[in-house]
Design a binder for this molecule. Structure first.
Ligand SMILES: CC(C)(COP(=O)(O)OP(=O)(O)OC[C@H]1O[C@@H](n2cnc3c(N)ncnc32)[C@H](O)[C@@H]1OP(=O)(O)O)[C@@H](O)C(=O)NCCC(=O)NCCS
Length: 163
């Protein structure tokens, strides 16, 4: 039986996250598509780990790290970004990652709303968000890219998830 566990990121994950951030699909779906150098990643990672406005969790599947989700708080809102390791995509893990982490993010960051911005065409992400209770709000322009804003209220985070 599959055993999922969400754990907080630690300093030891710095390299794993660098590899995941530079995965080709992750760069393609991000708003800044440039390769991320080790030096810039290491500084960014230190900053994120010490920030009170940020939480990063790693999804473990039978003890193995398979994906990550990050929430950045700005006021009452936290913006999320997430990815699943390439060998594990398409097995429902992105959805598990969102469903397990959203209540935690609401609680730990004490925000009212979670948002995600998804480039048009990123179907797997849109479907995972929808299945996890996010609502598709509107198309906006970000870094000269058209993307969908998805939103979920923290009040709804304890609902049972269905299709
Ligand atoms: C987005 C991402 C995290 C989704 O993770 P995943 O584990 O592959 O997603 P799931 O297996 O939970 O699938 C989610 C939905 O997308 C569908 N899906 C999966 N792969 C698909 C594909 N290639 N084309 C269309 N739909 C797809 C699944 O059928 C599922 O929909 P359903 O529940 O309605 O059947 C993963 O694709 C990824 O890491 N992408 C690169 C980074 C990224 O895009 N991050 C999000 C930025 S907003």
């Amino acid at each position: 039986m599959t055993d999922f566990f969400l754990r907080e990121v630690t300093n030891e994950d710095v390299r794993l996250l660098w590899e995941w951030r530079n995965d080709s699909l992750v760069r393609e779906t991000a708003f800044d598509q440039e390769f991320i150098s080790w030096k810039s990643h290491a500084c960014w990672f230190d900053r994120k780990l010490s920030s009170v406005d940020c939480r990063i969790w790693i999804l473990q599947d039978d003890g193995f790290p398979v994906g990550q989700v990050r929430y950045d708080r700005g006021g009452e809102i936290a913006e999320l970004t997430y990815s699943v390791s390439k060998e594990f995509r398409g097995r429902g893990l992105g959805t598990v990652l969102l469903q397990m982490s959203t209540p935690l993010a609401c609680k730990e960051l004490d925000v009212a709303i979670l948002v995600a911005f998804v480039k048009q065409g990123n179907l797997p992400s849109m479907r995972a968000l929808k299945r996890s209770g996010f609502e598709r709000m509107k198309v906006i322009n970000r870094n000269n890219e058209q993307c969908w804003k998805f939103q979920k209220s923290c009040e709804s985070c304890n609902q049972i998830f269905t299709s």
